[in-house]
Design a protein around this ligand. Structure first.
Ligand code: SF4
Ligand code: SF4
Ligand code: FES
Length: 189
């Protein structure tokens, strides 16, 4: 399709009726593209681009739903699952989990890139009075880091990157932040 408009591509495509998935993007929130789940192809130069971080430009022609595009999105999900040590059956956050819903919808394989990792102890860290963090369910999307007022940060790189929590005394209960988390990693209780 030909695109025009001033909003980021993912919003233009969604308004045009395309079902473009996302994990590290949320409307009106700060983000950095990392998950590859929203990829589309610009047919004008045959490049795959993240629709959550690209603005329409003149001459752009977007392939938003070919098998090739869908295969790349599925690979993005499967890469995340390959380093995801939790299990959905016993997960408290499964009803709101976008990662679970998309992996089911895309028929993504948990073991495409490595054997299923052993289930680790369920470590839950209390962030503040009502907010908890479960590291094994974090996909390092960054939404909490880029949108927290309280000093969530990242340390490390690649698969070793981890969310560092603010000191409890400097953290407040932020329902919006918990809602931004695309998995059950950050939740209120
Ligand atoms: S966070 Fe989502 S994908 Fe991970 S175990 Fe829970 S429901 Fe499944
Ligand atoms: S805790 Fe949630 S919002 Fe924060 S980086 Fe992990 S998955 Fe993303
Ligand atoms: S939603 Fe676009 S890269 Fe994650």
């Amino acid at each position: 399709m030909e695109v025009s408009g001033k909003r980021v591509l993912i919003e233009e495509l969604r308004e045009a009726g395309y079902d473009i998935p996302s994990l590290c993007y949320a409307p009106d929130a700060k983000h950095q593209p990392s998950c590859m789940v929203c990829m589309v192809r610009n047919e004008a130069n045959n490049q795959m681009i993240p629709s959550c971080a690209t603005y329409p430009t003149e001459g752009m022609r977007i392939d938003a739903d070919s098998d090739e595009v869908k295969a790349l999105r599925q690979m993005g999900i499967e890469l995340l699952l390959s380093d995801h040590r939790a299990r959905c059956g016993t997960c408290e956050g499964k009803d709101k989990c976008k990662l679970r819903n998309l992996s089911l919808q895309m028929k993504a394989k948990w073991t495409r890139f490595c054997p299923l990792a052993p289930v680790e102890d369920k470590v839950q860290i209390q962030v503040n009075e009502h907010m908890y963090f479960e590291p094994a369910k974090c996909i390092r999307c960054g939404l909490c880091v880029y949108n927290s007022q309280d000093g969530f940060t990242f340390k490390g790189r690649g698969f070793n990157m981890q969310v560092v929590l603010p000191e409890p005394s400097k953290s407040h209960v932020d329902e919006q932040l918990a809602n931004l988390c695309p998995t059950g990693a950050l939740f209120l209780r």
